[in-house]
Design a protein around this ligand. Structure first.
Ligand code: SF4
Ligand code: SF4
Length: 406
């Protein structure tokens, strides 16, 4: 219905505490889907973030329905892709007089130096944006690409995800087919499939080929138009490439939903409105009615790829990545400290990483006697306001925390 909003945590981003808090915050702000790395530990962290959101929103009475919770999506690649790479360099080989422009430009503080000649990239924090590579005066930083193997994802966590995204590029029919076949064991768990692809002269016939390879799909399909990858926080102009590609795919009339990403930011909605690419007549969000994070329902099996209520020439939603994260990242530590009395130390305990975590809405035993913090002027309030400002551009009825605070 044109109101689907996805947060992209990053296909390579493996900083568990940050993922947990991002997921909590954007779940409370009302996103429909959260896209994380296809890594069992990251999925576990994301689920802890969802559980925290449920606890904070006072959703205990709805725990069995799971209404309002975003779906969890994991990202895979069928070949080399900028989203699936990590920066690497050996600080011992850096010129001693280098001003280290790589350090401040990194949006996640993944690059740090302890002393001259000592330091490097913290792999878990790097999501492959490439900004450090571009500024290094001696080209000392290399990008190490990798392929995510679906077989490496824990089978017992498949029922904890709702959707998969496949990153591909024009001309990769053979690689895509191979990956699609390897995803056969995943299919019963998936409520949605997303294809992320950058622009190319032959992108439309390529996506048509992919549709034929996947048919019959039986679940909704999203074409994610990856305009300028991982750039939304660099300036308002980055949004144009994603919108141009979305227009191209909409014009082609491919079966499925169209969702811009890659460069999307706070200006994307106004630009889309200007171009008439948002369906302003639509209301409601049918996809949200399906309970997330459980075994799949049969509700969408056999459903048409595009409901008739959808305006074929308008986008179905927007995915926000680096811009969405950059809005709230500086607040996450303060939010964490504020929430410890209510969510408990277990919530961010690294020892729990990788363990299967049920979506419990129970608060720690001491939380019942602890007064809730005043929301006004708290870091949580600031974070929620920023997240809500972004999410609320496309939707306006999903601010869960107000339930808790009346
Ligand atoms: S600037 Fe980007 S590519 Fe370089 S270390 Fe930081 S996140 Fe990784
Ligand atoms: S910019 Fe390049 S040479 Fe300079 S410290 Fe960073 S990695 Fe080393």
């Amino acid at each position: 219905m044109g109101q689907w909003v996805k947060l992209i945590c990053g296909a390579s981003y493996q900083d568990m505490p940050t993922v947990q808090r991002l997921v909590m915050l954007y779940a409370l702000a009302g996103v429909d889907c959260i896209d994380v790395a296809a890594d069992g530990a990251v999925v576990a962290a994301a689920r802890r973030g969802l559980a925290d959101a449920v606890r904070l929103a006072g959703y205990g009475e709805h725990r069995n329905l799971g209404l309002g919770l975003p779906w969890l999506m994991v990202s895979l690649n069928d070949s080399e892709d900028p989203h699936f790479r990590k920066a690497h360099f050996d600080a011992a080989h850096c010129p001693p007089d280098c001003d280290r422009p790589c350090e401040p430009i990194c949006p996640t503080a993944a690059i740090q130096f302890q002393a001259p000649g000592q330091g490097g990239v913290t792999t878990e924090l790097c999501y492959g944006c490439g900004r450090c590579i571009a500024v290094c005066p001696v080209s000392a930083i290399e990008a190490q690409s990798y392929l995510v193997s679906p077989e490496a994802f824990p089978v017992d966590q498949l029922n904890q995800i709702d959707a998969v995204e496949i990153h591909t590029q024009t001309g990769h029919q053979a690689q895509f087919t191979q990956l699609w076949q390897r995803l056969e064991p995943w299919r019963p768990y998936l409520k949605l499939v997303s294809i992320s692809c950058p622009d190319h002269d032959h992108v439309v016939p390529y996506l048509k080929d992919l549709y034929r390879i996947m048919a019959p799909l039986g679940v909704p399909l999203i074409w994610q138009t990856d305009g300028r990858p991982m750039s939304g926080d660099l300036g308002r102009g980055t949004t144009h490439a994603a919108i141009r590609l979305a227009q191209k795919i909409l014009e082609a009339g491919l079966p499925g939903y169209v969702q811009p990403a890659g460069g999307t930011n706070g200006y994307t909605v106004s630009k889309l409105l200007e171009l008439g690419l948002i369906n302003q007549a639509a209301s409601g969000a049918p996809l949200r009615e399906i309970p997330p994070n459980g075994l799949p329902t049969t509700q969408w099996v056999g459903a048409p790829a595009k409901p008739s209520a959808l305006d074929a020439k308008t986008i179905s939603g927007i995915a926000y990545g680096s811009y969405g994260r950059s809005q709230v990242l500086p607040l996450l530590d303060a939010i964490d400290q504020e929430l410890q009395p209510w969510l408990g130390a277990e919530s961010s305990n690294p020892r729990t990483i990788g363990q299967r975590t049920p979506l419990s809405t129970d608060l720690p035993t001491n939380a019942a006697s602890t007064p809730w913090p005043p929301l006004h002027q708290s870091a949580l309030d600031q974070g929620l306001t920023l997240a809500r400002q972004l999410v609320g551009q496309l939707k306006s009825d999903c601010h869960f925390l107000s339930k808790r605070y009346g």
